[in-house]
Design a protein. Structure first.
Length: 257
């Protein structure tokens, strides 16, 4: 089923431009649709994930860009039920601590479903590798670019999973030192994400935290500046630019957030 996308997320392309890119118009539209319909999922079916599909999405993750071509990402597949239970219990404890830290919004945090560790067909831990200090290219003034590179890999995996019809949720409710010790990571290995990956009954129409009233998506024009911080960007504000983009069926419109 084809759905309209947010107008500013699916630019139309003249046939000549599409030919130059190597992608047909429907292929381009599919990329923007996957981006628009990706969701941070928390509800899963326990059905197993086809190993061939798991391999494909991990390969997509591994094709992410990385600063200095350092490829800092490491993926640990968790298959031991005891490890799942330990992670689930640890995440529940961290959710309680997070609720306390959120003060007057504590009750809201307690009500939120923030992980699907027990239910998802696959559970992956993403970590930064040890020995990262030897990679200097692109990191001399920004050493955190290893983290940025690993985040790109996670996003690649997320989009590939959505294209395969799999849901994925990024869980950050854990203490990195606890998890590194639990999984026997080498000194310098640093976990950054627990990923729940698997089949779902349906994908959320809108981000779950938006539906729950936690926050909402900000307008693009509030986030894109020109030349100086806070200065409006002509590209975003231009009515002509807004009119030049359409949905995959040729009609402009708003779709899933």
């Amino acid at each position: 089923m084809q759905s309209d996308l947010p107008a500013n997320e699916n630019p139309s392309r003249p046939d000549a431009d599409a030919a130059a890119s190597g992608f047909a118009q429907d292929e381009l539209a599919a990329v923007y649709r996957v981006i628009a319909e990706r969701r941070d999922m928390r509800h899963f079916r326990p059905d197993p994930v086809d190993p061939a599909v798991l391999r494909r999405v991990l390969e997509a993750a591994h094709r992410a860009p990385s600063v200095g071509y350092m490829q800092p990402w490491r993926f640990l597949r968790i298959t031991d039920p005891a490890e799942r239970e330990a992670l689930h219990a640890h995440a529940a404890e961290e959710q309680a601590r997070t609720a306390q830290a959120c003060g007057e919004r504590a009750a809201e945090v307690h009500r939120l479903k923030l992980e699907g560790i027990r239910e998802a067909g696959e559970l992956l831990v993403v970590a930064l590798t040890d020995g990262r200090e030897r990679y200097v290219l692109g990191r001399r003034t920004l050493p955190e670019m290893d983290l940025c590179s690993a985040a790109c890999a996670i996003q690649n995996l997320w989009l590939a999973a959505r294209a395969e019809g799999l849901g994925m949720g990024w869980v950050s409710l854990f203490d990195p030192d606890w998890l590194a010790d639990r999984l026997d990571m080498p000194e310098g290995g640093y976990p950054i994400a627990v990923l729940c990956l698997g089949h779902v009954e349906r994908f959320y129409d809108r981000p779950l935290l938006e539906t729950a009233g936690w926050d909402s998506r900000r307008p693009l024009e509030d986030l894109v500046f020109q030349d100086r911080w806070g200065a409006a960007c002509e590209l975003v504000e231009s009515p002509d630019a807004r009119e030049s983009v359409t949905g995959p069926d040729g009609a402009s419109g708003r779709g899933p957030a």
